[in-house]
Write a protein that binds this ligand. Sequence first.
Ligand SMILES: C[S@@+](CC[C@H](N)C(=O)[O-])C[C@H]1O[C@@H](n2cnc3c(N)ncnc32)[C@H](O)[C@@H]1O
Length: 258
Amino acid sequence: MEEGTELGEPYVQANREAWNNYASDYVDAGYKGWLENAPQWGIFQIPESEVGLLKDFQGGDVVELGCGTAYVSAWLARRNGNPVGIDNSPAQLTTAASFQKEFDLEFPLILGNAELLPFKDESFDFAISEYGASIWCDPYRWIPEVARVLRPGGQLVILENSIVLVLCQDWEQETVADEKLLQSQFGMHRFEDLADNSVEFHISHGEKIHLFRSCGFEIEELIELQPPEESDETRYAFVDLAWANKWPAEEAWIVRKK
Ligand SMILES: C[S@@+](CC[C@H](N)C(=O)[O-])C[C@H]1O[C@@H](n2cnc3c(N)ncnc32)[C@H](O)[C@@H]1O
């Protein structure tokens, strides 16, 4: 595991502590991800054939932002990619490194903050974040950074909680998503979890579109994910299958640097 950049903002340290504590709960899911060759995405493990996040992926230099146990990077390495994974949690990267040994598939894992990427300009053809930087980093910091390190024509794919889900959540009680709006959309940005002091970031679609465009991205798709019919109930307390079949619980953005 290589050392990346400095920590940056105070919430980066708080999120590091939170993820070091959660890491042991994510080993089994990470192992399952490494075992699979066909990607399955997100809360409801929706097959890639139904989502299409990698439909344009043709290999090349890849960065995964908030790689965690790094199964997404493993999928991309098996599809002709040269991935580099960056993550803020030493404990998550220790799991990722143990899977690399077990599956005999090595690529660089960097301990660092995706808001301050330790890479030269225009180093990558493809960038991806599955619930990594996409929700744990401030979009006004990490999206300009990923724009900097992508080559012209490079694609960024992100998967995250949908905005409607974020607005229907009670962030203090952490109960299952409601059927009514509980948060204001105007000004939405930073969401603190008082139980573990972690901080997530979610901004509205209008803000996100403006940000992508101001960083030189062209928006190719906004995919709203629906669980397949045969889906099992989720292990996450904040949303259930019934809710996710009425409104998108997850959304993916595909954007390209001009
Ligand atoms: C839900 S996991 C997603 C990762 C991966 N898809 C997985 O499931 O293993 C979120 C990851 O984001 C990482 N993270 C949080 N803040 C970060 C930051 N500022 N820079 C890089 N990674 C960060 C956490 O350490 C954690 O490993």
